[in-house]
Design a protein around this ligand. Structure first.
Ligand SMILES: *Cc1c(COP(=O)(O)O)cnc(C)c1O
Length: 220
């Protein structure tokens, strides 16, 4: 008998299916494997299967885990998907290849300074408070144009927009809104969709899906 497909293979299959329905190219969707809380032993099998883009939500945890994994696998791209404190901006810029959680003017200032100091330009998604839930972080929709202008003026490479829709209700309208906001602001990237809804997100234009549980199993 053949081996059952791995979780990574299953996620790839679902991504391919959603792309087919949406008449999109699989190569236009980046799978960010969110490995937060999971140890190196859980990450190595994905590296061995060819996965190269990973997401973490805490700077310190990523600093502890990733240098050794990167040594083993130099092509890895590390994305920060969690909220970032301004005082960690320099560490974040030194470690991550992309930041998905730029959401306020003070953080733009801190990141611009950190990029200068470290000598690295790190592409950033601006996180939008798509469901008007201030505690989740994210820029209020009304303040988005001003924040985007500030990011552009600071010469921070703008990757696109990111959102985490409210928990427990149908996410599609929020994905559609993020897609529209990205289009209205001339942005390509849409970081949206997690384990429970990445196929819907792809059908509504996601370019980056952030998938943890479906790849690694549950977290404590
Ligand atoms: C943890 C996390 C994910 C992954 O969530 P799953 O439901 O485990 O796929 C995606 N995005 C962000 C911002 C996260 O914090």
């Amino acid at each position: 008998m053949e081996n059952p497909p791995s979780p990574l293979q299953l996620v790839h299959d679902q991504i391919a299916r959603a792309c087919k329905v949406a008449r999109r190219e699989v190569s236009d969707v980046t799978l960010v494997a969110v490995s937060k809380t999971h140890p190196a032993e859980a990450i190595v099998p994905l590296l061995d299967q060819g996965q190269r883009v990973f997401g973490e939500n805490r700077v310190q945890e990523a600093q502890a885990k990733w240098p050794a994994l990167r040594e083993r696998c130099p092509g890895v791209q590390l994305h920060l998907v969690g909220q970032l404190q301004s005082n960690k901006a320099e560490d974040a810029v030194a470690l991550f290849d992309c930041i998905h959680s730029l959401d306020r003017p003070s953080l733009v200032t801190a990141l611009a300074k950190a990029c200068d100091k470290v000598g690295r330009q790190v592409p950033c998604f601006v996180q939008v408070d798509i469901g008007e839930e201030a505690q989740k972080g994210g820029c209020p929709i009304a303040e988005l144009p001003a924040l985007l202008k500030q990011v552009r003026d600071a010469d921070i490479p703008l990757a696109g927009l990111m959102c985490v829709p409210p928990f427990g209700i149908e996410p599609a309208p929020f994905f559609a809104l993020l897609d529209k906001l990205a289009g209205d602001n001339g942005l390509e990237g849409r970081s949206m969709g997690m384990s429970s809804d990445y196929e819907t997100a792809i059908m509504l234009g996601a370019t980056h899906v952030r998938v943890g549980t479906a790849l690694f199993g549950g977290r404590e």
